[in-house]
Design a protein around this ligand. Structure first.
Ligand SMILES: [Zn+2]
Length: 293
């Protein structure tokens, strides 16, 4: 038995690829999902943040630093969404490959068109979107550009597998085209919603629905009683179709407001993997958009 096991292990070692996969570390699950699609067999992906975590308030952990230490590339959302933990992870990892300005440092937001860019940045007011709305991963147009950027960067750091990355991108673009066609046929134009957090602005713009009010007066600031009263007036005036919230933040407040306003609460995934049947970015978008119908 031992001998068979030994032979099996030798065969396994022989079957392993000659070159090690590119070691990718991502902050958020959606970036990990995209890296798997574009990197395919050429990459191994470690995702630092769990899909049930509020991405605005993540704390650096030793396991994250350890993962970053052996990374060939770190990929992150950007727009200061990771400001509370990523700089610490980069510094503590002492990994020169992933420092800002190096090919192993990939800021996804560099490829997107950002909305709600403030004229002046002022975090002291508690706003957790200091550089504009960071939730562009609900936008097919933006995610497509991030995917193209990823393929380019994988090629730059692993030129030997350029053909593989090009082919994976081609498949992704093809699937995106098909999905966008079916998403565009959903009857969302003209719908109105109230939202807990400023999470769905990109989605609203691309699919023609409106967000008439927010439970948070500012991203990251919980509503006061006086503010909720004002929002109830907005609901009376606008008659929206529901309240948009996610499982992991804003749910309780949204349900309480639902009771007061008579609006139904629509629970949407906050990221890839945060609800059943959201294992890839495409599944995540399917789930999100079909819940809005
Ligand atoms: Zn946010």
């Amino acid at each position: 038995m031992k001998r068979i096991l030994f032979i099996f292990l030798i065969l396994l070692a022989a079957a392993a690829p000659a070159t090690a996969a590119v070691n990718v570390v991502t902050t958020l699950p959606w970036i990990g999902s995209l890296a798997r699609e574009i990197g395919g067999r050429g990459v191994s992906v470690t995702v630092l943040v769990k899909s049930h975590q509020d991405p605005h308030y993540v704390e650096a952990k030793p396991s994250m630093i350890l993962a970053a230490r052996s990374a060939d590339i770190i990929m992150y959302n950007g727009l200061d969404l990771e400001i509370g933990y990523l700089p610490l992870i980069l510094e503590s990892s002492r990994n020169p490959k992933i420092m800002p300005g190096k090919p192993g440092n990939f800021d996804c937001s560099r490829f997107v068109t950002v909305t709600e860019r403030p004229v002046a940045v002022d975090r002291s007011l508690g706003d957790v979107h200091p550089l504009g709305n960071p939730h562009y991963y609900f936008s097919p147009a933006n995610v497509l550009r991030v995917a193209e950027g990823m393929a380019g960067r994988f090629t730059e750091i692993d030129g030997a597998n350029a053909g593989r990355y090009r082919e994976n991108l081609r498949k992704f673009v093809e699937q995106m085209k098909e999905k966008r066609k079916s998403w565009a046929s959903l009857p969302l134009k003209g719908k109105k919603f109230v939202s807990y957090h400023k999470l769905f602005e990109y989605l609203a713009v691309e699919y023609g629905f409106g967000i008439v009010g927010y439970l948070e007066p500012k991203p990251g600031i919980p509503p006061s009683a006086a503010y909720v009263k004002g929002l109830l007036e907005t609901v009376k005036r606008e008659a929206p179709d529901g309240i948009l919230a996610t499982l992991h933040y804003g749910r309780k407040e949204s349900e309480a407001f639902g009771m007061r306003s008579g609006l139904k609460v629509i629970i949407l995934p906050s990221d890839v993997g945060s609800m059943p049947a959201t294992d890839t970015w495409f599944d995540f978008m399917d789930k999100t958009l079909s819940a809005l119908r």
